[in-house]
Design a protein around this ligand. Structure first.
Ligand code: PMP
Ligand code: GLN
Length: 386
């Protein structure tokens, strides 16, 4: 028989699925895959039910229902001062995952170079490669994950088509500073390149830090595609509603890719997300305050058990160093071990690297209620005898 596609046949099942299956099998508390343990805001779910009954359920427009495209444009104007063309500059997708794929398939020509930053989200590399892109990787180093500017500058060449930038960043909770973003912007201008900006955690930033979209920097409006996700902003990860905001000219080929990948997504969910995006500013503030409290709670517990916790300015995740916990093995062994033996699951940070990863760093999701976080910490404490 002829082989199937090389990129996808060589790929393993994503770590998030593997870890969650193992957690279910062992009835472990799931601090692995990043999803909240609540059911999302009641009013947004009620709107989705209402719209399912009262509004059309046939194909919505390929770019998304007008209400949602307008709401995304208004949201980006309110939070970031962006002037978005809601008709031609907003595309609704099946989650950020499809947004990323449509952007990468829409922009990359075989042979184009694409810069990515490790640690990185696992969907980036296979899609870039399937699109024919040549990956140029740079790496951030723990514990501070600062952007290595010289290394980044060296990664750019005349063939660079784009950079994929994830801020706030999964898994390490880094939020890129204005200084770092300005440096990236300068290189994009110098090399006439684009940025696919994965900003799904845009509202999950802590300690009064600010998320700055790269697209807001001078000269960047025609070079950046800004990706958001209702999954994260409204704690509804299963809905898979994402969006891309970009200059209409740049968005056009992304839209052409989207029309042949999914074409559209469920209309009632789109309308309910439009309702959500119009919530008062207070909603977004409370979302991050609540998560910040959970971050602090879990950090304190894990610290007292013997983990060293790395800085975390945003996202659902903290990174814990398990070097001194008394476990002889790497992060993959460790996560498997605690899922099966302590009843708590987590994600090995090495899953976010292609080669020679750090081996003692573990990602724990804290987007759970405090009681569950306390139970998880209690299980780990008992297991490690602390
Ligand atoms: N990018 C990053 C950095 C993520 O962590 C995730 C997962 N939540 C996604 C993209 C995919 O988001 P979605 O569930 O909306 O497809
Ligand atoms: N983004 C989520 C995480 O990092 C997982 C999404 C998925 O399972 N595909 O945990």
């Amino acid at each position: 028989m002829k082989p199937t596609n090389r990129t996808f046949s060589a790929a393993e099942t994503t770590i998030f699925e593997v870890a969650s299956r193992l957690a279910v099998e062992h009835q472990a508390i799931n601090l692995g895959q990043g999803f909240p343990d609540n059911n999302g805001p009641d009013d947004i779910r009620a709107k989705a039910s209402e719209f399912l009954e009262d509004q059309p359920n046939q194909y919505p427009p390929m770019m998304g229902v007008p209400a949602l495209r307008q709401a995304v444009a208004d949201h980006d104007n309110f939070f970031y001062g962006l002037d978005v063309d809601w008709e031609q500059g907003v595309l609704v997708t099946a989650g950020a995952t499809e947004a990323l794929a449509s952007c990468l398939f829409g922009l990359i020509e075989p042979g184009d170079e694409v810069i990515v930053i490790e640690p990185l989200y696992d969907s980036y590399l296979p899609i870039i490669r399937r699109a024919g892109g040549i990956v140029r990787m740079i790496r951030l180093q723990p514990p501070n994950w600062d952007l290595p500017q010289k290394e980044l500058a060296n990664a750019f060449t005349e063939k660079t088509k784009l950079i994929v930038l994830n801020s706030p960043m999964n898994p390490n909770g880094k939020v890129f500073s204005r200084n770092e973003l300005s440096y990236i912007a300068k290189l994009l201008t110098k090399y006439d390149a684009y940025a696919v900006c994965d900003e799904v955690y845009e509202h999950l930033v802590f300690d009064s830090r600010q998320h700055i979209p790269l697209i807001t920097l001078p000269g960047m409006s025609k070079r950046c595609l800004r990706i958001g996700s209702a999954g994260k902003t409204f704690s509804l990860t299963g809905w898979k509603i994402g969006y891309v905001v970009a200059d209409p000219v740049l968005l056009q080929s992304v839209t052409r890719a989207h029309q042949f990948i999914t074409f559209t997504v469920a209309p009632n969910l789109q309308r309910a997300v439009a309702y959500g995006l119009k919530k008062p500013e207070e909603y977004f503030k409370l979302l991050s305050e609540d998560l910040q409290g959970k971050r602090d709670f879990l950090c304190e517990h894990l610290n007292s058990i013997g983990f060293s916790i790395l800085p975390c300015d945003g996202t659902y995740f903290i990174t814990a160093d398990m070097s001194h916990i008394g476990f002889d093995g790497n992060d993959v062994d460790f996560c498997r071990h605690i899922t099966i033996n302590a009843g708590v699951s987590a994600i090995p940070i090495s899953a976010f690297y292609e080669n020679s990863p750090p081996e003692k760093l573990i990602r724990f999701a804290f987007c759970k209620n405090l009681k569950l976080l306390e139970d998880a910490a209690g299980r780990l404490r008992r297991h490690f005898g602390k």
